[in-house]
Design a protein around this ligand. Structure first.
Ligand SMILES: Cc1cc2nc3c(=O)[nH]c(=O)nc-3n(C[C@H](O)[C@H](O)[C@H](O)COP(=O)(O)O)c2cc1C
Length: 192
């Protein structure tokens, strides 16, 4: 079992980038135990650069996995995947099916699946389509200027408005009642 290290203190939250120099120091100190570093990886290029520069045995990915669940494919295949909005919707359909399978497809199961989907959408909207980037790769701490997607769904998926996440959930799980409200748990540290 490798040792795992977050290169950032809890007090720092997400306001600064992780300290990969410190991760490298710890990796040397932990030797011969394998150390896994963690922090700010959102592209296969960053994964490779951070791994090589710090000498860690491996890297954990947290927000990157939520913002870009296909990141692991990119890392494995060493390529940027300009994934289309329809393919992203397919991922959400797959997730929804798993949710209904796990929590049931009665009202309670649907609403539980929806809550988790909405929390996930509060991260997913931060993805900037690779094909639209002026200076790739996307960095985790960069807040993009408002942009228009290459189709309506891509534009909708980039919205930071909770109401639009509810709309996406309705495409997959049906209408919400008028009184429905959603506030993401991780709102405060989405970018900050
Ligand atoms: C949804 C979410 C929940 C997390 N929960 C915890 C937690 O309970 N305990 C903890 O030590 N870190 C938690 N973290 C922090 C991550 O483990 C990780 O250290 C941090 O996000 C930095 O990695 P990243 O830059 O790849 O996101 C959480 C992160 C996210 C995105």
């Amino acid at each position: 079992m490798p040792v795992k290290l977050h290169g950032r203190s809890r007090e720092q939250r997400y306001t600064k980038l992780a300290d990969w120099q410190y991760v490298a120091e710890c990796s040397r100190a932990a030797h011969p135990l394998p150390l896994y570093g963690n922090g700010d990886v959102l592209s296969w290029e960053e994964y490779e650069a951070k791994k090589a520069a710090s000498g860690v045995a491996g890297i954990m990915v947290a927000r990157g996995a939520l913002i870009k669940p296909w990141l692991f494919t990119e890392i494995k295949e060493r390529r940027t995947w300009d994934i289309r909005s329809s393919e992203r919707l397919d991922l959400l359909k797959e997730y929804t099916n798993y949710g209904l399978e796990h929590w049931g497809s009665d009202t309670e199961g649907v609403e539980k699946t929806r809550r988790f989907l909405l929390e996930w959408l509060s991260f997913l909207y931060r993805y900037i389509p690779a094909g639209l980037l002026e200076r790739p790769p996307q960095r985790i701490n960069e807040r993009p200027p408002a942009f228009r997607g290459r189709d309506d769904l891509e534009t909708l998926m980039a919205s930071g408005n909770c109401r639009d996440w509810v709309t996406i959930s309705e495409m997959l799980l049906g209408k919400v009642p008028d009184s429905f409200e959603f506030l993401p748990k991780h709102k405060a540290n989405s970018y900050g």
